[in-house]
Design a protein around this ligand. Structure first.
Ligand SMILES: CC(C)(COP(=O)(O)OP(=O)(O)OC[C@H]1O[C@@H](n2cnc3c(N)ncnc32)[C@H](O)[C@@H]1OP(=O)(O)O)[C@@H](O)C(=O)NCCC(=O)NCCS
Length: 340
């Protein structure tokens, strides 16, 4: 058997991109009932994007001309400049030969070249397993290579359409708690008149949701970043459906949004839900989530499964999700490693 050769992926080359994605996808779905791989068009849009907020780099590992392992490096560019996100996927037929380890070392080297001192990564493990994922090869791969467990998330799914009366009841029961607040909804790009306050909400999600031991800063979402990201969503075939709550004084204080992928038919992914601190305790999280889903499933009868991830310690959000009928299916651990 020849040596592993690692080269940068040219995501604009259709054949190279398709081969990379095929190996990544096979590795991502192997042994998992509810995996959430990115589709080819989504990955291509991400890897070819020229946007202010972040940059993604792909790497291919070949042995004797066969693509056996893939690497992905994410570099935040407007915040979290100390960090890099790394992902390694080895095709199931080529595991246990050191390819993944070599790819991880390679990504570490590139992260160092970009001046990053923290590597962040994720591993999907069975729900019935340990909270930190240990004992499962996906997590052990990281834990045996200097990463420490930083935050445990649980992936939950909800079959659609959800019971409309239940959703309406959740919205109605929350309503008296935020009398005077208004609900506003939009599909696709954020309306121009609320782009700034909306960016402040989205930027706070990373640090306002539980962070465990993660070494993270709030994200910066100015109008330029939001608009550039919207172009990448469009190129990816993703449409966002968003519900915001507006306080009596006109400020945007809460949001909940989902993304519907054109290239992953039937699926919909919950993205952020956040209520500004000063406006908590008024059931605005429950209200925006229930209103968003009621609206979504009237608009999109083609959807079969809503997927969400929550930190295991996020009791409030999980209670809302459980009331909606979500069921836990898998764990997603977040791990990090400080580069010496
Ligand atoms: C995790 C993953 C990337 C590992 O890929 P891999 O190519 O099998 O990785 P390696 O071969 O380098 O290491 C895997 C195991 O094989 C063992 N191994 C490494 N070289 C070996 C060799 N030459 N002979 C036999 N075994 C070997 C290692 O000890 C390692 O075990 P450990 O993690 O308990 O220490 C792969 O399982 C995968 O794609 N999983 C899905 C995606 C994922 O979870 N990635 C991890 C987070 S980024």
């Amino acid at each position: 058997m020849g040596q592993l050769e690692i080269t940068p992926l040219d995501a604009a080359d259709p054949a190279a991109m398709a081969a990379w994605h095929a190996a990544y996808h096979a590795a991502h779905v192997a042994g998992r009932a509810y995996s959430t791989p990115w589709m080819l068009e989504e990955m291509r849009a991400d890897l070819t994007a020229d946007r202010p907020g972040s940059r993604s780099l792909g790497f291919s590992g070949h042995v004797d001309g066969t693509l056996v392992t893939t690497g992905l490096l994410g570099l935040p560019l407007m915040d979290n400049l100390h960090a890099a996100d790394v992902e390694v996927h080895t095709h199931p037929a080529h595991r246990g030969r050191g390819h993944g380890s070599r790819m991880l070392e390679h990504l570490e080297g590139v992260a160092r070249e970009h001046g990053r001192r923290t590597l962040r990564s994720e591993a999907a493990t069975p729900y019935a397993g340990a909270a930190d994922g240990s004992g499962h090869p996906h997590a052990d791969f990281l834990l045996h290579r200097g990463f420490t467990f930083a935050l445990g998330n649980v992936m939950r799914v909800l079959d659609l359409p959800a019971d409309e009366r239940m959703l309406q009841r959740l919205a109605d029961e929350a309503a008296p708690r935020h009398a005077g607040y208004r609900i506003r909804q939009f599909a696709g790009p954020v309306p121009e008149d609320i782009v700034e306050p909306f960016g402040a909400l989205v930027g706070a999600v990373q640090t306002e949701a539980p962070t465990g031991e993660l070494d993270v800063e709030p994200e910066v979402f100015d109008a330029a970043r939001i608009r550039a990201d919207e172009e990448v969503f469009a190129a990816s075939g993703r449409t966002k459906y968003t519900t915001v709550a507006i306080a009596p004084d006109g400020t945007v204080v809460a949001f909940s949004e989902v993304a519907v992928p054109a290239h992953d038919p039937g699926r919909v992914y919950q993205w952020g839900t956040l209520v500004l601190r000063e406006h908590r305790g008024r059931r605005l999280g429950q209200a925006t989530k229930a209103h968003n889903l009621l609206w979504l499933q009237r608009e999109r009868a083609d959807l079969a499964l809503l997927v969400t991830y929550n930190a295991e310690v996020n009791r409030h959000m999980i209670a809302v999700n459980e009331a909606m009928g979500f069921r836990p299916v898998e764990r997603l651990g977040e791990y990090q490693r400080t580069l010496g």
